[in-house]
Design a protein around this ligand. Sequence first.
Ligand SMILES: [Zn+2]
Ligand SMILES: [Zn+2]
Length: 152
Amino acid sequence: MIIYLKEIHSGDKIEFSISRKEFNIDELEGMVQCSFVLSKSKKIVRVKGNVVFNYKTTCARCLEHTTLDFNKKVEYIFECETPYIVKGQEIKLIPDEIEKCYFKGDEIDVTPAIRDTILLAIPTKTLCKPHCKGLCPICGKNLNEGDCKCQN
Ligand SMILES: [Zn+2]
Ligand SMILES: [Zn+2]
């Protein structure tokens, strides 16, 4: 998703959705909804807002399909790729400890930053509910649906 800076003023709210194909993450369900407010100067663009997405996965204990809903607050800082130089000295506009992305000319590609947000949000191990009982190790029955006879 490219944001064209010439068409946007500071403080403008922009809303769009991105198809999961653009992220190359198969487990996404439906579109990824984004709503951002931009503030821009010549060298820095701040993109602040929310990224909403659904992620389908399987429970690590009972193997049932489950969908996780996310609504992540995000703030991305894009710095112009051309270094800002005053009297032969490069000025750092953003401290090194803040993670930043870069833009060139009048276009910002927000897709890679949003992709990172999604990948960071996804837990490595998902449970369908906090106290999922899992499967019986003997007969394989899903114990959330009731007890099996093995334990008796
Ligand atoms: Zn489960
Ligand atoms: Zn059993």
